[in-house]
Design a protein around this ligand. Sequence first.
Ligand SMILES: [Cu+2]
Length: 120
Amino acid sequence: MKTVIASALLVLASTLPVSGMAAGEHNHNHGAAPSDTKMQSYAPESQMTEGVVRKVDKAAGRVTLAHGPLANLGMNMPMTMAFRVKDAAWLDQMKDGDKIRFVADSVNGALTVIKFEPAK
Ligand SMILES: [Cu+2]
């Protein structure tokens, strides 16, 4: 699956911020792939995506969200899917029908909400 591969690459990039930045400073044009430039320009931490809570499964630590495009995960169309959450306490702040804003990323191969805030 393309999406899974892209997510894995993004995880590698986002979990190695120090080495990634060092490489960027000392290695500007040594054949950097276009995708590298693209990933760095995303700044996914600052891009909140809107979603609507469809189902909260506290036992499984997952929430099903109808969400807009998640460019950093290669999801270019709205869809509904289940995510893990970085902080299980967030599940107590979500209920069916809630509008939220969130950032998702692939953590250890699992799509995970890594940033969350209620939307009004
Ligand atoms: Cu999705």
